[in-house]
Write a protein that binds this ligand. Sequence first.
Ligand SMILES: Nc1ncnc2c1ncn2[C@@H]1O[C@H](COP(=O)(O)OP(=O)(O)OP(=O)(O)O)[C@@H](O)[C@H]1O
Length: 251
Amino acid sequence: MQSKLVVDNFSLWFSQQQVLDRIALQIPANRVTALIGPSGCGKSSLLRAMNRMNELMLECRSEGDVQLDGQSIYRVDTDLARLRCRVGMVFQKPNPFPKSVYDNVAFGLRLQGERSHRRLDEQVESALKQVGLWSEVKQRLHQTALSLSTGQQQRLVIARAIALQPEVLLLDEPASALDPISTLKIEELIYELKASYTVVIVTHNMQQAARISDFTAFLNQGRLVEWGETHTIFTQPTSQHTEDYITGRFG
Ligand SMILES: Nc1ncnc2c1ncn2[C@@H]1O[C@H](COP(=O)(O)OP(=O)(O)OP(=O)(O)O)[C@@H](O)[C@H]1O
């Protein structure tokens, strides 16, 4: 299977604290990969390593590499804006801009220089349809996005990321702030998204990881304990640590 991203012996430090230790992991294209593990084990840091978001923090240092389609993203001449368009990210708490629904989705497209009203309309509609939000918001495209429910806001933020036609979507606990029905919608959406995108998701919810992911990586204390097909990790983990974690005995 083709790897979209390859994490190659990657280590990360914040100040003196090492938070990732020689991680080696492949992210298959057009599949959902879940990152699981106890709080503080480094899941979000590993996710952020995949589009160089850790560097926005002070005193952050890394070793090793991450390759996107075989090309290192850690080269000094990497265009970070372009990288973050190719590898989009959605956070735990929905963070719509205090702008209209339409302007949220059109924001990045306008930044990229799109000026045609017709093309903007088409792309906004297409992104909102992909996240299943179009029928809910088409009458209120010019109202503030902050008037949407939390679940709708999270789908809007995913639409904002999708509008830029990323190749990879990084989702950091995207459903943890949502009610069960909104969570289900996000899970269905993630399942559909993998037809067009490579998805990496951090989740604390083992049932969610088992339901929506094809591959699972288990981290503990900054190390990758094991990774493989989700079914195998959940039914026949090779490590006792993994088994203890997924059965709720620790973490
Ligand atoms: N900006 C930062 N500055 C300093 N230390 C940080 C920063 N972000 C994370 N850390 C530390 O890095 C370690 C890993 O954090 P990270 O958020 O990656 O873990 P996690 O597995 O995603 O945790 P959780 O499940 O609780 O969200 C933790 O010890 C955390 O305190």
